[in-house]
Design a protein around this ligand. Structure first.
Ligand code: GLA
Length: 386
């Protein structure tokens, strides 16, 4: 229903036939807070998406409309800058600014977008918005910019217009997702490879805490700085290192005293998490979901105790998943301080697991739990009008 509604809204408002693009949100099996440390991540695009209707116009204006918020924003291409008037518009304007910076002459265009990615749930609705528009404009203008470059530009848009110093994972997953597969990205070399995901037997259940603590974006940027401080100290001993990607957990432990307890915890987490991503890829290939699950629980423990980006709601949900029949593993997902947990659950046990988690959340925190079963889907692409 999403695509026809957005297309119809566009036609009625602008009286033209738009290009239609879908841009998915993402999950991440494992590899959290590793992307901006040049590390490894293992995300996938999902069947929650933003849909864009976009066409160039003759009026020399950029006319944007959020279907879900029923709000509009208009600006001329020459005057694109960050705005205080409409938060949502910044994700779109940021992308236009990146194209302009590359020397692409962006003419007036019309855009209606809307979707079903829950906002603030850690499913990267913002990356989907950035990637959907940059892809649509790329198609309409025939810029010939490749997908990786589009992902990097979308990431830049997030830095400069949403003011979050994010890594590349979300934008990459939205643009490079493949149905039925997860993708391992090396955030340093940008090399990537796909691993099969056995959707027949295993479900990805997302449990949405329904909270997003206000710390999320400020602490995110603080974590980045802490990692950089750790690297600066370690570089005295290992002059060749460029990032935590070049450091082993053993090396971090050797310099524990010099790092101090806080930086030691942060650096140890990142170096151990990179190793877990590699191990999870191997386990997936071997069809060993029990091992993937074990690594997910270990990842959560690290995010909670070492990296300190979890919160009570997330911890309650992860603990509630333990020992439930059919559950392979669970952990918090995304930046932290709220959003979703990701749970790998044997298909035949998924419904019972959802009932169990819902009851536990109500009992322990007196909150209602929203859950989604995510299907792993293709990345950004053009869709038919239907
Ligand atoms: C957010 C950022 C990503 C990544 C995750 C944590 O989703 O946008 O780049 O850093 O947090 O893994």
């Amino acid at each position: 229903m999403l695509v026809p509604s957005i297309a119809e809204d566009f036609r009625q408002r602008f009286g033209a036939e738009p290009l239609l693009v879908r841009a998915p949100g993402r999950i991440n099996l494992i590899g959290e807070h590793t992307d901006y440390n040049d590390g490894l991540v293992l995300p996938a695009a999902i069947d929650r998406e933003m849909v864009f209707a976009v066409a160039l116009n003759e009026v020399g204006r950029i006319r944007l409309r959020s279907f879900d918020l029923n709000e509009s924003f208009e600006v001329s291409p020459e005057a694109v800058r960050r705005t205080e008037q409409a938060d949502w518009a910044n994700y779109l304007l940021g992308v236009v600014a990146q194209l302009q910076r590359r020397g692409v002459a962006v003419p007036g265009f019309d855009c209606v977008f809307g979707g079903n990615i829950p906002i603030g749930a850690g499913l990267s609705s913002s990356a989907a918005v950035e990637c959907g528009l940059i892809y649509a404009l790329d198609q309409l203008l025939g810029t010939g910019i490749d997908r990786l470059e589009l992902a990097l530009m979308a990431q830049k848009a997030e830095h400069e217009f949403a003011l979050v110093q994010c890594g590349l994972m979300d934008q990459f997953a939205s643009l490079f997702g493949r149905a039925g597969q997860v993708v391992e990205l090396d955030c340093r070399s940008h090399a990537y490879r796909y691993f099969p995901f056995d959707a027949e037997n295993c479900r990805v259940v997302l449990c949405n805490t329904g909270v997003k603590h206000s710390l999320a974006s400020s602490e995110y940027n603080v974590r980045r700085q802490e990692c950089e401080q750790g690297v600066a100290l370690l570089r005295h001993h290992y002059p060749g290192i460029g990032s935590l990607r070049d450091v082993t957990p053993e090396q971090v432990n050797v310099h524990r005293d010099e790092l101090g307890p806080l930086l030691h915890r942060r650096c140890l987490y990142v170096t151990e998490e990179n190793a877990r991503v590699t191990a999870a890829g191997q386990a997936l290939q071997a069809g060993d979901l029990a091992e993937v699950g074990r690594l997910m629980y270990a990842s959560h423990a690290g995010l909670r105790d070492q990296y300190e980006v979890s919160c009570r709601e997330l911890d309650v949900l992860v603990e509630a998943s333990r020992g439930v029949p059919g559950v392979y593993g669970a952990r918090m997902m995304g930046g932290g301080f709220g959003g979703c947990t990701i749970n790998l659950v044997a298909a035949e046990h998924a419904a019972a697991f959802v009932a169990h988690a819902t009851a536990a959340y109500r009992e322990q925190l007196n909150r209602e739990l929203e859950t989604y079963q995510a299907r792993i889907a293709d990345g950004v692409g053009v869709v038919a009008a239907q």
